[in-house]
Ligand binder design. Structure first.
Ligand code: AN0
Ligand code: CP
Length: 317
């Protein structure tokens, strides 16, 4: 069993329930992973994913090895039949097989390059490992998805929404400005997760920031951020670069920054963000520091999202 996208979850409701049970008793399955090893391979930086996945594996009794592949590993080739006389020292065909001998599970972080849409959609790194590894693979944010984040977000929403007394929540995914071009992965997986929730779900962004139509499907898109925020119970904020003008920053419009004035348009909405976040660019200090900010809880739930995923994989091997 691999965990590559939200599609690998058979029942989000059941997984969230199980994650919340693990949160109550994190060491209950300490025997399950004894004598098993997970290898976390990072091709990009991380704080939360790295520490929460490590912690989750340890709470399941596993050994955990972490490798910053971009800095410590050989530069990998992924193409078939390539004459490797340039910068790449090793092929994923060997690397994945070798790592599979040391690890019972391989987890990979490899962001989108944001230069070539087709290359990113092909998930060259993640799928290279899936193809040539002989052990299960976990996605710790790939070119097009961040399913551990979206599962943690589902847990956070489930915990918080009790305050709404069974009212169907209005959840808004809002683009916000950012100086650098960022990937679509977090937004994509959040959308895929929300499409499977009982909620009124609205995506809002400036014109030109439409996400992959294959992901958005028939989800509602509202170009007027103020209108989208009306009556919202949750504002989930994320910057992403343009998908159409692939990887480009086409607007840094600060009127999209999440401010107290914007939050005042909502139904006392809770503010959510996956972190890391640039303060006073994406969200103002007052909003992220307010009592309605869930960002620290979201990060905490990353441990239990990872733990339920690893538990299910361990049970399958
Ligand atoms: C990354 C992104 O937007 O995909 C990771 C988020 C979890 N963020 C940055 O690069 C700032
Ligand atoms: N949210 C998240 O994945 O954070 P890191 O990039 O710090 O792991």
């Amino acid at each position: 069993m691999n965990y590559l996208s939200i599609k690998d979850i058979d029942s989000i409701e059941d997984w969230v329930k199980e994650a919340r049970e693990l949160k109550q008793a994190p060491l209950k399955y300490k025997q399950l992973g004894s004598d098993k090893t997970i290898g976390l391979l990072f091709f990009n930086p991380s704080l939360r994913t790295r520490l929460s996945t490590q912690k989750a594996s340890q709470q399941l009794g596993m050994n955990c090895m972490v490798m910053n592949f971009d800095k410590e590993g050989w530069a990998l080739e992924y193409g078939d039949g390539v004459i490797m006389d340039q910068g790449k020292s090793e092929h994923v065909k060997e690397a994945a097989k070798v790592i599979s001998q040391f690890c019972d599970i391989i987890a990979i972080r490899a962001f989108a390059g944001l230069e070539d849409k087709d290359l990113d959609k092909a998930e060259v790194v993640l799928n290279g490992f899936v193809k040539y590894a002989s052990v299960p693979v976990v996605n710790m944010e790939s070119s097009v998805g961040h399913p551990l984040q979206a599962l943690a977000d589902a847990i956070t929403l489930q915990e918080d929404k009790v305050r709404l007394n069974d009212k169907k929540p209005k959840v808004v995914l809002s683009w916000a400005p950012h100086p650098k071009a960022l990937p679509h992965a977090v937004a994509n997986s959040f959308i895929e997760m929300m499409q499977r929730q009982e909620a009124e779900f609205v995506i809002t962004h400036p014109e030109g920031y439409e996400l992959d139509p294959e992901v958005v499907g028939d989800s509602t898109v509202e170009y007027d951020q103020n209108k989208a925020f009306e009556g919202a119970d949750y504002i989930y904020t994320k910057n992403w670069s343009s998908f159409r003008e692939y990887g480009k920053v086409i607007s840094k419009d600060v009127s999209w920054t999440i401010s107290e004035e914007k939050m005042a348009l909502t139904n006392e909405a809770r503010f959510m963000h996956c972190l890391p976040v640039r303060r006073n660019v994406v969200v103002n200090d007052a909003v992220i520091e307010s009592e309605n900010s869930l960002v620290i809880k979201q990060a905490d739930n990353r441990t239990y999202a990872a733990q339920v995923v690893l538990k299910k994989i361990l049970e399958s091997i």
